[in-house]
Design a protein around this ligand. Sequence first.
Ligand code: HEM
Length: 156
Amino acid sequence: MEKGLLDLHNTLRWIILFLLILSIYRAYTGWKNNRVFSGGDRRIWLFTLIASHTTLVLGLYQWLWGRYGMLKTALPEGVSIMKNKFYRFFWVEHPTFMILAIIMITLGYGMAKKPVADEIKFKRAFWLFIVALLFILVAIPWPFRREIGRPWFPGM
Ligand code: HEM
């Protein structure tokens, strides 16, 4: 089960990236073309929200009880979190940036329900989603990153 949860956390990254880019596209074209905010826009934003919150729950599990979970792992003798690239990334940087990104996605989705002009909805959501995307891209343990790199897909 441990492995299955981690694999799911890994795979959801692609779903989030796909949905987030689609959400950004809808927000941008809605803003620039003065489109009316539609049920289709709301649905895409909602799926992005659901995917990101599911990843958050799986991430919290990894963070606390996963193979390097903070409640399960004793730091090796002489290692301090902030001086060790691996632990600093998985215990501090990755969770912090991802939680901030998920907050941005949540605020972006919140624009769907705000009683403001559609142009404002699209514009604010666009910027919130862009920041979320940047945070996620920076905080993913891409395979080419030294010491912290992880596979593109589970099982690779
Ligand atoms: C948009 C949100 C997130 C994305 C896209 C994401 C993506 C990833 C990816 C691709 C991995 C590598 C998985 C693998 O080794 O196969 C990973 C690992 C990990 N993530 Fe996330 N993550 C997100 C949110 C979070 C959050 C919010 C937390 C903690 C609160 C978290 C904690 C972890 C931990 C601890 C690992 C290492 C697990 C291990 O190697 O045993 N993640 N994440």
